[in-house]
Design a protein around this ligand. Sequence first.
Ligand SMILES: NC(=O)C1=CN([C@@H]2O[C@H](COP(=O)(O)OP(=O)(O)OC[C@H]3O[C@@H](n4cnc5c(N)ncnc54)[C@H](OP(=O)(O)O)[C@@H]3O)[C@@H](O)[C@H]2O)C=CC1
Ligand SMILES: CCCCCC(=O)/C=C/[C@@H]1[C@@H](C/C=C\CCCC(=O)O)[C@@H](O)C[C@H]1O
Length: 349
Amino acid sequence: MRLTVTRVVLNSRPGNNGAPVAENFRLEEATLSADLADGDVLVRTLCLSVDPYMRCRMNEDTGVDYVTPWQLSECVDGGGVGVVESSRCGLCVEGDVVTSFNWPWQTRAVIKGSVLQKVDPKLVDGHLSYFLGAVGITGLTALLGVREKGHVTKGANQTMVVSGAAGACGSIAGQIGRLDGCVRVVGICGSDEKCRALVDDLGFSAAINYRQEDVPARLTECCPNGIDVYFDNVGGSISDAVITQMNSGSHVILCGQISQYNKDVPYPPPLSEETKETLRRKNITRERFTVLNYMNQAEAALCELSQRVQSGQINVLETVVNGIENMGDAFCSMMTGGNIGKQIIKISE
Ligand SMILES: NC(=O)C1=CN([C@@H]2O[C@H](COP(=O)(O)OP(=O)(O)OC[C@H]3O[C@@H](n4cnc5c(N)ncnc54)[C@H](OP(=O)(O)O)[C@@H]3O)[C@@H](O)[C@H]2O)C=CC1
Ligand SMILES: CCCCCC(=O)/C=C/[C@@H]1[C@@H](C/C=C\CCCC(=O)O)[C@@H](O)C[C@H]1O
């Protein structure tokens, strides 16, 4: 028997120096066989994720060895969660909720059971999209990034700054910083609405709209005792301004540099001589953090994230759009600040 599915393929590349557009993606109808081979699983897609790292998969070379480029006219993939419709794999049965980091952008798919992970909906009180965000890869990035590179210490009266603070990683990282003992957590983001969400919904001490405000002046105002921890999601001039005001012996968590992803530069992107001198003179640590290198801690970290979300200690923000036809738009929207919290695309109920 053959099933008709809708899928998204890479239509064109933006160019290493280009901004992605929705037209870089193309919707197609396709058919797939429901007669499964041994080890295969037929899944129905519930939610898909779009993430900044995907920008590098649109290039002919991703710049890293642990993720491959998407190929023209081939189905693209990323984080996804769905339900098993039939299975020839012992790891999951019909009705199980499963997730994968390599979920095809398709309404239904045949996936090798070996790349699927069965998840318990109770861990997220039924909010299955949380497995793609707060209780998934971006929540892990926030929690493990702070714990491994932040040197946050209860009682040390630390000030934390988070850039990209209203996004999937940043919105969790700031809450972890507060829960772990920072007495002041300041977020930098791109709209007044996001600033209000950070302070009113997530408990940030203050928020700075980098598009409208004088970032250096506002940092001086919001961080009167300097900056001890910087969770960096964006790089560029925002990070230069933050690093200038960091204290001696402080710590940068180098999570991402999204302001540089549409430029043909290596990762991590080069720093200005002035910023390099500041880091050296003040003995500020700035270590690259890649969550994929800490997956041995994922199970315990996901359990903690689940407990903190269920208890209300961590509040989860999401921006949800509906329909596989909106994948390209959702990706481009996320890359240009259209999301508050994790950007999710709902594919089916
Ligand atoms: N180290 C790791 O293992 C991982 C790293 N990452 C990185 O973490 C960062 C955040 O990812 P994620 O939470 O998934 O995405 P977000 O949900 O934060 O979405 C991206 C956000 O980045 C902001 N942004 C976009 N362009 C710029 C710019 N030029 N200057 C400042 N801000 C910008 C936008 O918000 P705004 O309105 O504020 O501009 C946008 O909403 C990225 O750099 C990503 O690559 C993510 C996962 C794993
Ligand atoms: C979701 C897990 C991270 C995926 C890793 C990845 O694909 C990285 C690609 C970079 C990308 C930067 C994006 C995220 C930073 C990840 C942290 C790290 O790699 O240390 C872009 O700059 C090109 C690739 O190097």
